[in-house]
Every structure is written in C-alpha cells, then in structure tokens.
Write a new protein. Structure first.
Length: 423
C-alpha cells in the first residue's frame, strides 16, 4: 500500500478538519484564481461546487495495483479523525484520477501526473444550495492549530465584490498535430485489420494537438466559459503538486455512482452534430438513432459495461435509449443501474469499468485496454479521468453551537461507498 503523504508525514495519519460558514462568499472563479497550488475544482449539476488549494495529504499509486493502493490509503486516511463540518457538503473530499494504462509514464504532456494521485485540499471552499463553507484540513495536527489556520484562511478570503481581471480567450497563434497523416492512416489501417481478424471489436484512436496561445490562459476564466457553454457537464481542474500544469475540462459522462448497493452508470456513445434549427436538430437525432454504425458502437459500450458489472451485481437494469444534447454535439445515451450482490468499494467498480469502450477499445478479452497488446505499434493518447471521492467513514460533526449534531454520510461506508464521475 502506498502511504498517505501528509504535511507532517505521520506514521498513522489522523485527519483534522474545521469549517466555518462564509457570509457573502466570493465567486468560485475568484477563490480559484487566488488558491495555492495544487489547485482543485469540481462543479457538477445538482452537486456542491468545490474549490481547493494546497494539499493536506496526497495519495499516489502506480501500475496494476494503483486502484488498490489508493483504496487502502484512503481507508487509512479516513479511519481516524476529528471532523467538524458546518454541513455534510463541507466534509473532506479527495480529488484525483487514474491513468488509463498500467504502464503509464508521467512524461511529456503528463509530466507530474503519476499512475494515480488523489489530493485532500488543505483549504477548501464548498458552495451548496443555500450556503458556502470554508474548510481547513490537516493530517496529524492538533485541533487548535487547524482552528488558527481556519481563521487565517477566512481573513484571506477575497471580498464578495472582488473579481479577477476580465480574461477572454487568449487566442491561438498556431496549432500542431503530434501525429502525421501517414502515421494516422497506418493506425486506422492497423485497427481495421485487427477488427477483421477478430482481435478487436472496437477501438478509439486519438491524437494530441499542441497549441501556441497568443496570450496567457486564465484557467479560472476558461472554466467559467466552459460552465456557460456546457452547464449540464462536470467541470474539473486537477494540478500536479507544484502547480506547473493543469488538467481541466468539462465532461458529460459519469463512469459510476454508488449509493449503498445501488450503482448508477450508463453508455454514452454514438455522436452527431447539432442542427441550425429545431427541425434539423431533431432530424439529425433521428438519423443518429437509426444509423447502424453508431448504434452498433453504442451497443458495444453498453454490453461491455454489463459484462464488467456482472461479477458484482445481483441485477443490472437498462433504461430507455435516448439522445443527450450538448452545445455542439448529440450523443446516444442509455442509463443503466445495478444492485450489487454484496457491499463493494466504489474504487473496485472504477477498476472494473475504467476505461469503458466509449473512450478506449473493446477486444475479445475482458479488459478494454488489452487493445494495447493487440496493437503495440500504435500510440494511444493518455486520458485521465478526474474523480471526486466521498469516502469518509467518520461521523461528521455538523452545525454550529447548540445546533451541532453528528451526521452520518450516506455513501455505503464502511463498505467503501462513494461517487465518481469520469470521462
């Protein structure tokens, strides 16, 4: 098991967390702009928005055991602690992600991102429906020290009216594709050959693009623009420890959600554009649902999810296939739910499902990423999901003064419940 790396590097980490309600809070973008590295950001429909700065603890893992390493280290981190949260939404959370492949190498574009890394923010601002909460987390520090840091952090919060500079898109000076046309053509040919040979059923090829910007990119401003364009998507930011880079974006997909023994997931595959009119939009959607290639691709993804859940599920239910509309594209979507036969940790399900054929491949063997061994001559662009894990088995003290009470979080603990979204 990879040990938890906290600010004090304790032999047996003890989590301490304190929170205070923030009246007239500054905008999330303003808080993120002034946060210490590594910064984290999470905003999802019908969920609290979380802005994090610094790292009170860091969990890492490598190779095929990275899921187990993170699971065990998170259980150790949350096993003992003193958590006083103003609301359950303000409880400590881990943010991070897993590489697609067991042999991930943190080089080039992914320098600073190991095979798995999760961060417990040192300072966290949580925006709920009716209140915002400032939290300070620490590992193996006494409560008095953490309460002093909380007061310091509250004094350092920007005013509600404070706004960062208005940063528009910086503009693009040049774009460079990292894969030549010849290499791309060879890759497509190789993929077709493997499919015809029965080694693969589906493969997603990708290439990276390097972009030279005309000015400095403001990540907080970019996340704001993504929120305006894709309000129904999950927006995220995850930085390496030194803040030298940033992985951010917006995704419409949820890999898996777990409540007790109820699993929520789904297939999102098969794509077309948006129409200029409502009539054209509907025509494109109907054409997509009737297109044999796109429907086959979608069914491969749905079948793979069912197969990967089957060892854990007492039952799997498939919802009505429909169209998921985003700002620029339309997808075929099939919601899926399952009831587990026994209590399972959410990361056990993440390991079983990640990555789905929607973003990787589907082969004759059970694991989608086995396409790497079928096609060793091809380069697969690394794509990391960002996850929010609520794995707190501790009673959380919520409320203030006489209103304080112990609230049990509803994530299937100690079996390891949680919720995670990923692309």
């Amino acid at each position: 098991m990879v040990p938890v790396r906290g600010e004090q590097s304790p032999e047996r980490p003890e989590l301490v967390s304190r929170s205070v309600r923030v009246a007239d809070p500054p905008r999330p973008r303003t808080v993120l702009a002034g946060a210490a590295a590594p910064r984290t950001f999470w905003a999802a429909p019908e969920e609290p928005t979380v802005v994090g700065g610094g790292a009170a603890a860091t969990i890492t893992g490598e190779g095929p055991d990275r899921f187990e390493a993170v699971r065990d280290a998170a259980a150790e981190l949350f096993a003992v602690g003193d958590v006083h949260a103003g609301a359950l939404s303000a409880r400590p959370r881990l943010f991070g992600g897993f590489a697609f492949h067991d042999d991930h190498s943190p080089t080039d574009s992914w320098r600073g991102y190991p095979g798995a890394e999760f961060v417990l923010p040192r300072v966290q601002v949580t925006y709920g429906d009716d209140a915002a909460w400032l939290s300070v987390n620490a590992v193996d520090d006494d409560a008095g020290t953490v309460e002093t840091r909380l007061e310091t952090a509250r004094e350092a919060l920007p005013d509600r009216d404070a706004t960062p500079p208005v940063d528009g898109p910086p503009g693009v000076m040049a774009r460079t594709r990292t894969t030549t046309r010849e290499a791309w053509r060879d890759g497509v040919t190789a993929a077709i050959d493997r499919i015809e040979a029965g080694e693969l059923r589906k493969v997603v090829l990708a290439q990276a693009m390097e972009t030279e910007l005309a000015g400095t990119l403001s990540v907080p401003a970019a996340l704001d623009r993504l929120g305006d364009t894709y309000p129904d998507c999950v927006r995220f930011l995850f930085e390496p420890g030194d803040g030298s880079a940033g992985f951010f974006g917006a995704t419409p997909e949820q890999l898996v959600g777990l409540r007790g023994r109820t699993v929520e997931t789904g297939a999102l595959a098969g794509t077309t554009g948006r129409g200029d009119t409502a009539e054209e939009d509907e025509w494109l959607a109907n054409e997509l649902l009737a297109d044999a290639k796109n429907v086959h691709e979608h069914e491969l993804v749905a079948d793979a999810i069912r197969d990967q859940l089957d060892p854990y599920a007492a039952s799997v239910r498939t919802g009505q296939r429909a169209i998921r509309r985003l700002a620029t594209v339309q997808h075929i979507e099939t919601p899926m739910t399952a009831e587990l036969a026994a209590d399972e940790h959410v990361l056990t399900l993440v390991e079983a499902l990640h990555p789905t054929p929607a973003v990787a491949s589907s082969s004759a063997t059970p694991r989608p990423q086995s396409a790497l061994t079928c096609m060793p001559s091809l380069q697969f662009v690394e794509y990391r999901p960002v996850l929010q894990l609520d794995l707190l088995p501790l009673p959380v003290r919520v409320g203030v003064g006489d209103d304080a009470h112990a609230g049990e979080q509803r994530r299937g603990v100690p079996a390891g419940g949680g919720r995670t979204r990923a692309r």
